[in-house]
Write a protein that binds this ligand. Sequence first.
Ligand code: GZL
Length: 324
Amino acid sequence: MKRFTSLFASALLVCSMAVTSAQAADKIVVGFSQIGAESAWRVANTDSITSEAKNRPNIDLKFSDAQQKQENQIKALRSFISQGVDVIAFSPVVETGWEPVLKEAKRAHIPVILTDRAVDVQDDTLWVTFMGSDFVEEGRRAGNWLLENYGRLKAEGKSSDVINVVELQGTVGSAPAIDRKTGFEEVVKGSPVKIIKSQSGDFTRAKGKEVMEAFLKSEGKNIDVLYAHNDDMALGAIQAIEEYGLKPGKDIIIVSIDAVRGAFEAMVEGKLNCTVECSPLLGPQLFDAVEALAAGKELPKRIVTNEDVFPAETAAEILPTRKY
Ligand code: GZL
């Protein structure tokens, strides 16, 4: 399908696209650059996007997996531009370093949709809309749950004068890692919570286990709480805590983010205390936005996904209903 003739939005942050009736009969070609398959959340996100594309006969999806490398995402975006796709969508692995390729897409009159994570660029007409979670709010929710529940959950013999927290951060430089830290620190400021160690586990289970082993080696029983930026790192840390000889969910209270199935299973086993939802099921929203663009409709600059908080007490009842 020949590319849309599109007029780039003014500062009113909308992008309208004129599609001739002749074009409308063809498929809408969408180039999607995915970060990788680093976590259960990412796998569910990919499944949502690829399965939704299959459900829409008017969509031709060109999908690329970057193995968590920004240079691979940039290569993929350049390839989509040279193929002349109608829309580019991607989940940026980190916030910075996107201006050159996004300017190339703009010069080629190809609209760009950000899914899941945002970019940090001066000119926000380089992208049409950002759909995904409010990561700062997710960090706030994790911090608020801890403040509200630590007193009743703390292990025997632990005082709550100071609550020593170790933090497993997500991928360095990524929007979720930056914002989840910001939100958590915002709500615990001035409280007994003290972050005594903080290091990236790159959102993976393996790295989460490795970093937690280092935390335990240096801090041991001094650790009261683990705050993990995603469930995969928390699940790796749970293994490390058990191998160290402590009880996860009891000796060390654990709060994490994503609300993937593995987190619910760990909560049912009493090894995780709370997970904050971050929905990966962005496929339907993404292709609704693509179809709206093709029909020349306006898109809001920001589309936020609605999410919840799941404490362990609700896990057994909720687990059978989870889609990812
Ligand atoms: C959040 C997403 C993060 C998840 C991780 O929207 O970008 O990346 O929290 C995933 O599990 O790896």
